[in-house]
Design a protein around this ligand. Structure first.
Ligand SMILES: *Cc1c(COP(=O)(O)O)cnc(C)c1O
Length: 222
């Protein structure tokens, strides 16, 4: 067991550009294993469930130079806790949630960094904006001045060919650029895309953040 996590991280790092932010996705992963990842250089942890993440953050509070990324769907009533405990929110998937986060950020005097979750291919199993709905909501999203809209996040449906994966990630990057052209004051420079199975293609298409779980920590049982 011991050393495997560090080895995995070293292997991944050797194959990707240095400026890619490697978010270690630690859902179901123990704090001990997270410490091992930290020792191997990880400074970004991604979690998708608040109930699981908060106790682990407590246990790891001595790691003060870590950024915490929330990557799961957020119910409106959990938004406050997410803002309070995470530096990044990748999974802003509706106007209602964005507006809720915006008013909480104002109240708490913070400026959370967020990505808008989009799905360029129809996928009933995933949250996120379809492209035309995102364009419709952007005039209102633009008014959410207290959240820092850093870019887009996407999760691809299963079962695509490599060519389809690359094409869809590339289209996501193009969408971010088109949004930037129209809404020039939105940062829109980050692309959170790529998981264990497709991160190299995501980087090829311009990902700036990749979210890797199983390729670092081993197969998840749940
Ligand atoms: C679980 C998860 C990941 C990581 O997936 P792996 O296949 O373990 O790399 C990435 N992004 C999100 C949103 C996830 O929920």
């Amino acid at each position: 067991m011991s050393g495997l996590i560090a080895q995995n991280i070293r292997k991944i790092r050797a194959n990707i550009p240095e400026d890619i932010r490697l978010v270690a996705v630690t859902k179901t992963v123990s704090p001990a294993a997270m410490r091992e990842a930290y020792e191997a250089g990880i400074r970004d942890f991604g979690e998708n469930r608040l109930q699981e993440a908060l106790p682990k953050q407590q246990e790891l509070q001595d790691l003060t130079d870590v950024s915490w990324h929330f990557i799961g769907h957020i119910q409106t009533n959990k938004a406050r806790k997410v803002i309070e405990h995470f530096d990044w929110i990748h999974s802003v998937d509706s106007l209602k949630l964005a507006q809720r986060l915006n008013s909480l950020a104002k109240e708490l005097s913070c400026q959370p960094k967020v990505c808008l979750q989009v799905k360029l291919l129809k996928d009933p199993n995933k949250y996120g904006w379809e492209v035309q709905n995102l364009w419709a909501d952007l005039p209102k999203l633009e008014l959410c001045h207290h959240i820092n809209i850093q870019g887009l996040m996407t999760i691809l449906p299963l079962g695509l060919s490599q060519a389809e994966v690359l094409a869809t990630f590339t289209a996501t990057k193009q969408l971010a650029q088109e949004i930037k052209q129209k809404y020039s004051h939105l940062p829109m420079s980050e692309l959170s895309m790529g998981m264990s199975g497709d991160y190299l293609l995501a980087i090829q298409a311009g990902a700036t953040m990749i979210r890797l779980g199983q390729i670092i920590f081993g197969v998840r049982k749940i």
